[in-house]
Design a protein around this ligand. Structure first.
Ligand SMILES: Cc1ncc(C[n+]2csc(CCOP(=O)(O)OP(=O)(O)O)c2C)c(N)n1
Ligand SMILES: [Mg+2]
Length: 580
């Protein structure tokens, strides 16, 4: 975020006050810089190495910090804040165990290109490398999972480092940046200056596309008979949803959106085919297998999307790939038309000359498939089906809520049966598939969007990985609606064991889970339970009408499976479908 735009967010007169060249400690400089970057909420957890920072926060009314109950909760909350707002998320942890508790969250953000600034304390510079108390080489540990990292050795460097870190996290292909601050640097003093200009040698993301490549893409579209767009997270990160809609309306090319691309294109659109891949729709997967031109827009050909690469899109004569990161081009599939640049500018340029492709019979075939093979499930009035719960949530919120999910079957059902029409309305861990992400991410999303309805959809397994954060929902009255799809098992693991390991159900039974209604109550949060359709409607209505946080335990059958499914090793043409 630029100093210019962040200035708008600051209370009148505060910016001038913050910019004053006062003689400050590293900790005071940190807080000032974060405020100047427009950060309105930091998630964190204190400890010895960051005590000067927490001391500087004491009594500082301008700076907002939320004390989570675990560092993992803090970083996933910062991540949910970033994914839902498009701004940089910030978290703070102490050295050693505090820092290592952030590792899963850093990797989660890195895999999904989420802009975070992660601040860790460290032992004093004189003790680094001595196995000092609570020393961990967090720079070394996180090197492969950060976009960039800094260890600040002199307080004079701190303001410049913070400015750069925000710039790197939020430009080009976004990602987490670590700033490790030794304790003495956080205590030492210097005269504060906030660098207005950032010049980082060797860091120049390619924003504007090569015009000739865009022309090649348009020519390929003109010549194609069966084109398909595969839209991914890049559309959302780039804020290119309007441009994508215009591009599709102009070219009439059918679209499939990956898990992280959901909402980047309106699911209500007649050319939307649903999600592709392992649990994708028949229409999307078949279209990929039949297409003669495949255009990836900010999708990285993840193996959960392509499945067996040998048989992926076998009829595609040409593959085009629009991406901000040149390293993605040709990484997994051979690419004939690379367009490197910010998706918003690539599509804006393409839209100047885009014409309808000759796709009438292709589009009518796709519309026929959509009609014939919709996503469905065997409903049963005697029990509460998980898909039914998701459909109910969708209908009652008209698709307007921010949904966060954890990882497992419930995640796939949410992706299939909640229809997303807006970008940043599905927040889910795609690349790393991190259980424990969904609930704290919802807290961050709610902090960033105080006026929106935020619903966190969790499994009974993953909910137990970060349930301690119910405490902060309770004390700050953060009104997240915490849904648990309670199938009493590690459902997705059970599903693989059913299909691939001949029903040898090994270590998936979650007996001994807490009574989630009582767990909520123990934290001072309202808890509700539903075991039938009738109860589901009643308690869900009650949850929506409750102004504060609510936990809703939906008890569903154990044996339900996510379909369609493409088994690992198979191609997108080999889908297991829901039987008639
Ligand atoms: C931290 C972590 N550990 C293990 C896994 C592997 N895993 C993927 S889905 C899943 C089961 C999740 O169970 P639950 O939270 O109850 O959700 P369900 O599949 O039943 O909806 C597991 C163990 C993971 N993704 N993340
Ligand atoms: Mg479960």
């Amino acid at each position: 975020m630029s100093a210019q735009s962040s200035a708008i967010l600051l209370k009148e007169g505060l910016r001038e006050k913050l910019l004053k060249p006062d003689y400050l400690s590293g900790s005071e400089i940190l807080l000032r810089c974060l405020l100047l970057e427009g950060v309105d909420c930091v998630f964190g957890y204190p400890g010895g190495a960051v005590l000067y920072m927490y001391d500087a926060m004491y009594g500082n009314e301008d700076f907002h910090h939320l004390l989570t109950r675990h560092e993992q909760g803090a970083i996933h909350a910062a991540d949910g804040y970033a994914r839902s707002t498009g701004k940089v998320g910030v978290c703070i942890a102490t050295s050693g165990p505090g820092a290592t508790n952030l590792v899963t969250g850093i990797a989660t953000a890195h895999m999904d290109s989420i802009p975070l600034v992660v601040i860790t304390g460290n032992v004093a510079t004189s003790l680094i490398g001595t196995d000092a108390f609570q020393e961990a080489d967090i720079m070394g540990i996180t090197m492969p999972i950060t976009k960039h990292s800094y260890q600040v050795r002199k307080v004079e460097d701190l303001a410049g480092v913070i400015r750069e870190a925000f710039h790197i996290a939020s430009t080009g292909r976004k990602g987490p940046v670590l700033i490790d601050i030794p304790k003495d640097v956080s205590a030492d003093k210097t005269t504060f200056t906030y660098p207005e200009e950032i010049q980082i040698r060797g860091y120049k993301p390619i924003e504007h596309p090569n015009k000739q490549q865009v022309e090649k893409l348009l020519k390929a579209i003109e010549e194609a008979e069966r084109p398909v767009i595969l839209a991914g997270a890049g559309v959302v990160h780039s804020g290119a949803h309007h441009e994508l809609l215009e591009f599709v309306n102009k070219t009439q090319i059918p679209v499939t959106t990956t898990l992280l691309g959901l909402g980047g294109f309106p699911s209500a659109h007649s050319l939307w085919m649903g999600m592709p891949g392992m649990h994708g729709t028949y229409t999307a997967n078949t279209a990929i297998q039949e297409c003669d031109l495949l255009i990836s827009i900010g999708a990285r050909f993840d193996d959960r999307v392509t499945m067996n690469l040998e048989g992926f899109a076998p009829k595609a004569r040409l593959i085009a790939h629009i991406d901000i990161d040149p390293a993605e081009i040709g990484k997994n599939v051979e690419t004939h038309i690379p367009c490197v640049g910010d998706i918003k500018s690539v599509l804006a340029l393409a839209n100047e000359a885009a014409k309808p492709a000759q796709t009438e019979s292709w589009v009518s075939k796709i519309k026929e498939n959509k009609q014939k093979f919709p996503l469905k499930f065997k409903d049963d009035d005697a029990v509460l089906k998980p898909q039914y719960v998701i459909e109910m949530i969708h209908e009652t919120t008209k698709g307007e809520a921010i949904i966060t999910t954890d990882v497992g079957q419930h995640q796939m059902w949410a992706a299939q049966f909640y229809k997303f029409n807006h970008p940043r309305s599905l927040i889910t861990s795609g690349g790393l598939g991190t259980m424990g992400f969904g609930f704290p991410a919802a807290i961050g999303a709610q902090m960033g969007n105080p006026d929106r309805l935020v619903i966190s959809i969790n499994g009974d397994g993953g909910m137990q990985m970060c349930s301690q954060e119910l405490a902060i929902c309770a004390i700050h009255n953060i009104p997240v609606k915490v849904v648990i799809i309670n199938n009493q098992v590690l459902g997705m693991v059970r599903q693989w064991q059913e299909f691939i390991y001949e029903e040898r159900y090994s270590q998936i039974d979650l007996s001994g889970s807490p009574d989630f209604v009582q767990l909520a109550k123990a934290y001072g949060v309202k808890g509700l339970r539903a075991q039938t359709k009738e109860e589901a409607h009643r308690v869900w209505q009650e949850a929506l009408e409750t102004p504060g946080p609510v936990v809703i335990d939906f008890v569903v059958p154990t044996s339900e499976v996510v379909l369609p499914m493409v088994l690992q090793g198979k191609t997108l043409s080999e889908m297991m479908m829901e039987e008639e």
